[in-house]
Unconditional design. Structure first.
Length: 73
């Protein structure tokens, strides 16, 4: 059974690439040091980081639900 499953598996390198992009968005290294913009009392970089974390969890859920094995062994 496992041999057949591995033969049909396609490389999914794009998933790793998406995770690397999302990781780069989560870490606010690109944000200017003197930026003092606030929305709802939070710095803008915090809201952008929270948005990227949310996007990462949505992408993880989508990958898990889309590519799960539906075959019964």
């Amino acid at each position: 059974m496992t041999q057949r499953r591995h033969e049909n598996a396609r490389p999914r390198w794009w998933i790793a690439a998406v995770y690397l992009v999302l990781l780069a968005l989560v870490i606010p290294w690109y944000w200017p040091a003197g930026d003092d913009r606030h929305i709802f009392g939070l710095p803008l970089w915090v809201l952008m980081t929270l948005g990227a974390i949310f996007a990462t969890s949505v992408f993880t859920a989508w990958v898990f639900l889309s590519f799960s094995d539906d075959e019964a062994d």
